[in-house]
Ligand binder design. Structure first.
Ligand code: FO1
Length: 330
């Protein structure tokens, strides 16, 4: 493989943002001049929503803010140094979800995005405009230009109800039992300009350690995405979001449960399936805590690599990204 390979990362929000920071660092260490052609991030837009008249793209913003170094690392979402004056006004007006905070700085992005969408720009163009504010060292592409927000069918105890993913995640903290996740409109969605091209030109496609169901799931569900990955010359390497049988963050285990996949690094690899068997993976990186599962992964036709997977800081994450690059070169 080239010293400075072309990389596409499929990513969700917080975990995806953290991983992409490490990948940018790993590429910088190989070639000081990382450019936007070398690193492309295809971001989940299944978390997107309309609220208080503005369009939110939580995962796009998480990745963008992380790469720009303006993210709130403690809270895990939104901008650092945030204030909430507009949010409290919106609550007074009863014009927002009271359990969901639109920060003042964050609202700047939502207003800009909504204005540009209303002007007729595509989601891809809007994301590029937002991202152009900073020298991110990566291209950000939404998984699709279509609106395919995730709805969750839940068991309330007294019946079934559908709600937006953000309500289930943020208001109920995933405590209502999910029966199904759906992305209405997905059947007629397509890949936006640039995604198939980036995947075709890549040396490595990396599936970030993001939620396999509600972050990576929608990305792989976009019609054309699996085909683009299947036909690419790139090696496809996944990084396990499960360490020692537990999700690293979030309520991902509840999501896996709902689709009948065990919270295990091997089960998630088998869920993604080997590219040779019609899936997406050539190689799977497991945590040291899950080394005993490597043979199960190999039996599923996926090369297994064991490495420490705690993304404690950029250095540790860059080491994980470097292993993904090297595994692809094998
Ligand atoms: N997460 C919360 O737990 N509470 C919030 O009030 C909240 C607001 C919010 C606003 C904009 C945004 O882009 C993300 C926001 N998030 C919030 C995070 C988000 O709900 C989820 O963590 C992600 O969508 C899951 O990937």
């Amino acid at each position: 493989m080239r010293a400075a390979p072309r990389v596409v990362v499929l990513a969700g929000g917080v975990g995806g943002g953290r991983f992409v920071l490490g990948m940018r660092e790993a590429l910088r260490r190989r070639d000081a001049a990382v450019n936007t052609e070398q690193l492309t991030v295809v971001v989940n837009t299944g978390d997107d929503l309309w609220l208080s008249g503005v369009r939110l793209q939580p995962d796009v913003d998480s990745v963008m803010y992380a790469l720009a170094g303006v993210n709130d690392v403690n809270r895990g979402w939104g901008r650092q140094g945030e204030s909430e004056r507009v949010a409290s006004e919106l609550r007074e007006w009863g014009a927002t979800w009271p359990w969901f905070t639109l920060g003042d700085l964050d609202l700047g992005a939502h207003l800009a995005r909504t204005g540009w969408l209303r002007d007729g720009l595509t989601v891809t163009e809007v994301v590029a405009r937002l991202a152009s504010r900073w020298a991110l060292g990566a291209s950000l592409l939404p998984m699709t230009d279509a609106e395919v927000d995730t709805v969750v069918e839940v068991d309330t105890g007294t019946g079934r109800r559908e709600m937006h993913f953000q309500e289930w995640w943020t208001r109920y903290r995933a405590t209502l039992r999910p029966l199904a996740f759906r992305n209405p409109g997905m059947e007629s969605a397509g890949l936006p300009s640039g995604v198939a091209e980036a995947i075709a030109a890549a040396d490595v496609v990396v599936v970030a350690p993001s939620n396999p169901v509600v972050s990576i799931g929608p990305i792989l569900a976009v019609p054309g995405m699996r085909e683009a990955i299947a036909s690419s010359h790139a090696a496809v390497v996944g990084v396990s979001p499960i360490i020692g049988g537990k999700v690293v963050r979030g309520m991902g285990d509840v999501c896996l449960d709902a689709i009948g996949v065990a919270t295990s690094a091997a089960a998630v690899a088998e869920h993604y399936r080997s590219r040779r068997h019609g899936g997406v993976l050539d190689c799977w990186i497991l945590a040291e805590e899950d080394a005993h599962l490597a043979s199960a992964v190999e039996s599923a036709g996926i090369a297994a690599v064991v490495h420490p997977l705690w993304m404690t800081d950029v250095t540790a994450t860059a080491a994980i990204a470097e292993v993904a690059l090297r595994s692809a070169g094998r």
